[in-house]
Write a protein that binds this ligand. Structure first.
Ligand SMILES: Nc1ncnc2c1ncn2[C@@H]1O[C@H](COP(=O)(O)OP(=O)(O)OP(=O)(O)O)[C@@H](O)[C@H]1O
Ligand SMILES: [Mg+2]
Length: 313
């Protein structure tokens, strides 16, 4: 059973004050997320990521389409108990402390009294906030509030978690911690669906990703399939600052950084390149097939869409 099935969700907002006109935020979207995977929902600003998450949460109603979460209708109240959600810009009562707020959420989601305190403490520990649990939220930084938001999303031990921009406002260490936390959630058998525009985080973390642009799905697949090998090219890295003439003769594109040199050559020249380095007594560090990055795939999908739209206009 898939964790999420989006069956043609569509959303048109009416915008303008006097003369309202329709604005399509999401064209019919069909998407399936498997049970137990970390799924990245990628797209530039205004692509329709938050709209999709709000539709799934039942915070806005679709113009058309429906969805199933954990095999049930997405509006079914029984589903709500099994899902967690971090909104894009979480807002909390800021006179409460982190401990009070989480305790309140634990009560709301029916965590039994005896277990509540232990669960809240564990959650504060898990998101790296144990020392500030007694500080009012109005004194928290953006990154600290984001951590409180993540804690409230997973406090009731949901099977399926939705995060809208979970890395937003976090420093590099904080981003790393959130990535680790998402991996832990996956190991606990949960499904994680998150939106982001930080492609390196998605690349490091996701089993599969979808790319959305101007409300339309542009691509979906496993990260390693989307970043597939560039036909017949390898990257050779060696220690040194010079490029042997015999290497240049192979038509290698070389870049010197610090005390290493990177060269891109065709796979058929690989043995000749190793011989060239051996003759010059240069230390080989690695030879790996060249892959396109997720960023290159993302940019290509967006540009292709622009070109097609340009041609159609
Ligand atoms: N309540 C609303 N009324 C009118 N238009 C809206 C509303 N909410 C969103 N939109 C429009 O729908 C489109 C998609 O917005 P959405 O917030 O889903 O994008 P996003 O992918 O989450 O972007 P970001 O990365 O900036 O968060 C945008 O053009 C936005 O202006
Ligand atoms: Mg958004």
């Amino acid at each position: 059973m898939p964790a999420i099935e989006i069956l043609g969700f569509e959303k048109t907002y009416m915008v303008g004050f006097w003369r309202k006109r329709p604005k399509c935020a999401l064209s019919p979207l069909h998407l399936t997320v498997r049970d137990g995977e970390i799924f990245g929902f990628l797209g530039p600003n205004g692509a329709g990521k938050t709209t999709t998450l709000k539709l799934l949460m039942g915070l806005v109603f679709p113009t058309a389409g429906s969805a199933r979460l954990l095999g049930q209708e997405w509006t079914d109240p029984r589903v709500k108990a099994q899902i967690g959600f971090l909104p894009e810009q979480p807002y909390f009562y800021d006179h409460l402390t982190a401990h009070e707020l989480l305790n309140y959420y634990a009560q709301l989601s029916g965590v039994p009294g005896k277990e509540r305190s232990r669960r809240v403490e564990a959650m504060l520990q898990r998101v790296g906030l144990p020392e500030v649990k007694g500080v009012q939220l109005r004194k928290f930084s953006k990154g600290m509030l984001q951590r409180v938001g993540i804690a409230q999303a997973i406090l009731h031990d949901p099977k399926l978690v939705f995060f809208d921009e979970p890395m937003s406002g976090l420093d590099p260490m904080g981003r790393r911690e959130v990535r680790d936390l998402m991996e832990q959630l996956k190991h606990e058998g949960k499904t994680v669906f998150f939106s982001t525009h930080i492609l390196s985080d998605a690349e490091a973390l996701c089993d599969r990703v979808a790319i959305i642009h101007k409300g339309e799905l542009r691509g979906v697949g496993a990260v390693e399939d989307l970043t597939s090998s560039v036909q017949g090219k390898v990257e050779v890295i060696w220690q040194g600052t010079q490029v042997p003439t015999s290497m240049k003769a192979l038509g290698a594109e070389c870049h010197v950084t610090g005390d290493t040199v990177r060269a891109i050559i065709s796979e058929s020249q690989q043995d000749a390149a190793i011989d060239a380095l051996r003759r010059e007594r240069l230390r080989l560090i690695s030879i790996v097939p060249v892959r396109t990055s997720l960023e290159a795939y993302f940019v290509e999908k967006l540009q292709r869409a622009e070109t097609t739209a340009g041609r159609m206009a």
